[in-house]
Each structure stands twice: as structure tokens, then as C-alpha cells.
Design a binder for this molecule. Structure first.
Ligand code: BMA
Length: 366
């Protein structure tokens, strides 16, 4: 009896060791499963560089096919491409950042063709007030869009537009392009209607659970890896306070912008906590958004980002956009001739950082 039991334990642990990690969606497409498994391996090999809206506009240009501020500085494209879908939920043709959704689709397809990774954020409008994502005038919003709530149907229409968009992200042979989907982000702050002071812990979690269930089971969407993405946090407990669960989250992220001298320390602490959590949970850790005072700190890439993140198995660091309307805000990435571009070239050359050409050769979807 004892011997048989030991044998069984032996077999099951052998099985557990040889089993490959899988995404939370048990019906994930073949390419999504492969991407997840390859990203799990990749996170130990280096840090991918990502840039928001890289292919659609940049410093002083808009809508010029083939252009990329990053490529013009270091000769290669980013490995990760960030895209933003705000205003898709209204049925509009272009986003809150004035990018046509058709251009975003084309960019996603081009990035996939090169073997890059696409991630999507969504600054969706406030379904309760009709205002923007930043409309924090009501604490009723999240509750009102959950099943049974007065704005539930409005939210479902938003998700229907999202689903149509996602289901159109296909290659010529009909393969759906895997996406790292990162909704309801920075919820540890209170500047979006889904933020910490705007809804209860349970309602925030329910929002996630409903969204994932609706996309998977009503819409048949199975090409997403779900990314949970807080803002700055001080402890693991704070990070996990609103975490909707290991059953639906694949990637553990956090957004952190450089707003002062303590940045490296905070970035390092957050990276340490999230990579540790990801290791315990068998998931992936990432810096889902970052940005530095690069107009004034010309060594931010090597001295702040690289030195701080090197010790950790962070999958990627994505910096925010270089707005084509300079009035929007500063550049978060370099551009040809920008004062930080020499430092960015050093960052690019470092064996730890991974750009497009390196990930192309890794064949992440096979
Ligand atoms: C913010 C800013 C805004 C933009 C929004 C969505 O961080 O860049 O200008 O509209 O992201 O991309």
C-alpha cells in the first residue's frame, strides 16, 4: 500500500514537472498557448523593450508607414508594441489619441508578422456619466455596470465593440493574433472611474470576472493573455488587494513613472515584489507602463531603467507615447537627435535588452 502510494506520488510529481505552463483560458488558441510558454522562458533571458503607439506616430510625425522613433534612433523596432483603444466603445473610427482603429489593426498585424508582441490598454469612457475615463465624479459607476446594474447594457455594448475589434485581428490565413490585454489599469490610484476610491474591492474584482467571462463565453474570444496592472504600491498585500484571481490573470504588471529622486528605489522594490509573486504563482511579471524625465535626465535608460531592473525576471518594460501633438505631454521615448538618444543606443546594445530582431529569431508563436 505504502509502496503503491509512493509510486503514485512519484508519477504525479514527474507529470507536474514535465507539464508545460498554460494560460488561464483553457480554450486559448494554439498561438496564444505558445506565446505564453515562450514568454515564460523569455523573461529569464532578458527584458524586452516596448513602446506605446510606436508604428502610428512619433515626435513630429503622424501616419507615415514604416516609421518608428525607436528604429530611427537604434536601427531596430521595439519588441513589444502598446496600443490604446479608448473611444472604440463609442463605435468611433479613431481613438481618443486620434489614431484610426484601422491603423491600429494594421500595426498589430505588422508587429505580429515580425514576431513582436502586442499589448492593448483601454481608456474607455465612463458608462454611467458619459464622461471620460478620468471622470471620477461618481462612485456608482462600477456597481452600475455589473449584472443587474442600471448601466449593465451600456457596458455590454462597449464590450461588443471591443469583441468585434479583437476578432478582426487576424492574419491572411485567419489565425487570430494573440494579445496581452490590460484593462482597468492603475486601479490602486483614483484617477480613473474604476480606481480605488471609486469602487469597492468586490465590485472591482467582479468587473474583471464579468469582463473575462463575457469575452470568453459570450464572444468566443480565446486569443488574449490577461494582464493585471496596478500603479505604484508599497507592499505585496497592497498589490494583491484587488487582484481578481489566479484563475483569470496571466501576467502581473505595474505602471510606474519617474516623478522624483526615489524612483529607482521604488521601481526596484516593485519589480522585486512582482517578480517574486509571479514566480510563486507560475506567472509572468512586467513593467506595463513607464516613463522618465528624459528631456532632462539623459542617462535614464542605462542608469535608471537598466541598472534597476537587471536583477529581476521582468518580461518587458513599455514606455508611453511620444505624442505627435507636443501639447499633450512630454516624449517618453527617444527620437532621432533627442538628447537621450546616445544613452538609449547603449541601452539597446546591452545584451540584457531585447528588441524586434532578437524576438523575431525566437519565434514566439511556434
Ligand atoms: C495618457 C496620456 C493621454 C492619452 C491616454 C491614452 O497617459 O498619454 O494623452 O490620451 O494616455 O492613451
Amino acid at each position: 500500500m505504502k509502496k503503491a502510494l509512493l509510486f503514485l506520488i512519484g508519477v504525479s510529481s514527474l507529470f507536474a514537472c514535465t507539464q508545460k505552463p498554460v494560460p488561464t483560458d483553457s480554450m486559448a488558441t494554439k498561438e496564444t498557448v505558445k506565446l505564453y510558454q515562450n514568454l515564460i522562458k523569455l523573461k529569464e533571458q532578458g527584458i524586452m523593450f516596448g513602446h506605446q503607439d510606436d508604428l502610428v506616430y512619433g515626435h513630429g510625425w503622424y501616419g507615415e508607414e514604416g516609421r518608428s522613433d525607436i528604429k530611427e534612433v537604434c536601427g531596430d523596432f521595439p519588441a513589444v508594441y502598446g496600443w490604446e483603444l479608448g473611444h472604440l466603445e463609442l463605435g468611433d473610427e479613431y481613438s481618443l489619441d486620434s489614431v484610426y482603429f484601422d491603423s491600429i489593426k494594421a500595426g498589430i498585424k505588422a508587429a505580429y508578422k515580425r514576431g513582436g508582441v502586442n499589448t492593448i490598454s483601454w481608456h474607455l469612457r465612463n458608462p454611467y456619466t458619459g464622461g471620460t475615463s478620468w471622470d471620477v465624479s461618481s462612485t456608482e459607476v462600477v456597481h452600475s455596470i455589473l449584472p443587474g446594474g442600471e448601466k449593465h447594457d451600456v457596458f455590454k455594448v462597449y464590450l461588443d465593440y471591443l469583441a468585434d475589434f479583437l476578432l478582426d485581428l487576424k492574419t491572411e490565413d485567419g489565425t487570430l493574433i494573440p494579445i496581452l490585454f490590460r484593462p482597468f489599469h492603475e486601479h490602486t490610484g483614483s484617477w480613473f472611474w474604476w480606481g480605488k476610491n471609486l469602487c469597492s474591492v468586490d465590485d472591482y474584482k467582479a468587473l474583471w470576472l464579468f469582463t473575462v467571462d463575457y469575452l470568453q463565453n459570450e464572444k468566443g474570444i480565446h486569443h488574449l493573455l490577461y494582464t493585471y496592472s496596478t500603479d505604484r504600491f508599497a507592499t505585496t498585500e497592497e498589490y494583491l488587494e484587488r487582484y481578481p484571481g489566479d484563475e483569470i490573470i496571466d501576467i502581473l504588471g505595474f505602471d510606474l513613472y519617474d516623478r522624483g529622486p526615489e524612483y529607482s528605489e521604488v521601481l526596484g522594490n516593485c519589480a522585486r515584489m512582482v517578480t517574486q509573486l509571479a514566480a510563486e504563482k507560475g506567472k509572468i511579471a512586467t513593467v506595463s507602463e513607464a516613463g522618465g524625465p528624459i528631456p532632462t535626465n539623459h542617462e535614464w535608460w542605462t542608469k535608471t531603467v537598466l541598472e534597476t531592473l537587471k536583477p529581476y525576471d521582468v518580461l518587458y518594460v513599455l514606455v508611453w507615447r511620444n505624442p505627435f501633438r507636443p501639447a499633450d505631454h512630454q516624449n517618453f521615448a527617444p527620437y532621432k537627435g533627442s538628447p537621450d538618444s546616445d544613452d538609449f543606443i547603449e541601452f539597446y546594445k546591452d545584451p540584457e535588452t531585447l528588441f524586434q530582431q532578437e524576438v523575431t529569431s525566437m519565434k514566439l508563436y511556434e
